[in-house]
Design a protein. Structure first.
Length: 179
């Protein structure tokens, strides 16, 4: 084989190699472009979902602003009773401050049905007998000093002496702490 034929063969091999390399580069660039387009589409979808979530958050924020404000105002009243003993002490102190004649008191911790946030409550059964005005003022003080309580039973009957009333009261105080 002469030099001319050898040069032609080398040239043909070089051209075939270049064609193969160019084809490989084109294939990899097409794959990279497809991957970039796919990632771009995913990014646009994620961005539109984020914008939708922001809009929904603003709507929810607007709808619940008043509830969150009220919750903030009442949170301190509910957080003051982390245990049943805290609630019991508060009721005892309200009775002592009211200076009413307490006939009997009974405290019991109960599970609240269908409750998600408040699971237990201290139930206080109190029987008081004292002057009409003093007893009713004391009842108002309970609602003022323990605003998170719920009066579940209140029976007022005539007392044994003159202007006295007999008050049977059941109060439920939500307890937020673990029991």
């Amino acid at each position: 084989m002469n030099n001319h034929k050898t040069a032609c063969i080398v040239l043909v091999i070089a051209i075939v190699g270049m064609l193969y390399g160019v084809n490989q580069l084109r294939t990899s660039s097409v794959k990279a472009r497809e991957a970039a387009d796919s990632v771009q589409a995913q990014a646009e979808t994620a961005e539109s979902q984020a914008q939708l979530a922001q809009i929904q958050l603003k709507q929810l924020d607007g709808k619940t602003a008043e509830l969150r404000k009220i919750s903030g105002e009442w949170r301190e009243h509910f957080n003051s009773f982390q245990t049943a003993q805290d609630a019991e002490q508060r009721i005892v102190s309200v009775v002592q401050e009211g200076d009413v004649f307490l006939i009997s008191q009974k405290f019991e911790e109960r599970q609240i049905e269908n409750a998600s946030f408040i699971k237990t409550a201290l139930v206080a059964d109190l029987v008081v007998e004292d002057e009409f005005a003093k007893t009713l003022n004391w009842l108002g003080q309970i609602e003022e000093k323990v605003p998170s309580c719920r009066i579940s039973r209140c029976n007022i009957t005539r007392g044994d002496r003159g202007n006295d009333v007999h008050l049977e009261l059941q109060i439920q105080i939500p307890v937020l702490g673990e029991s």
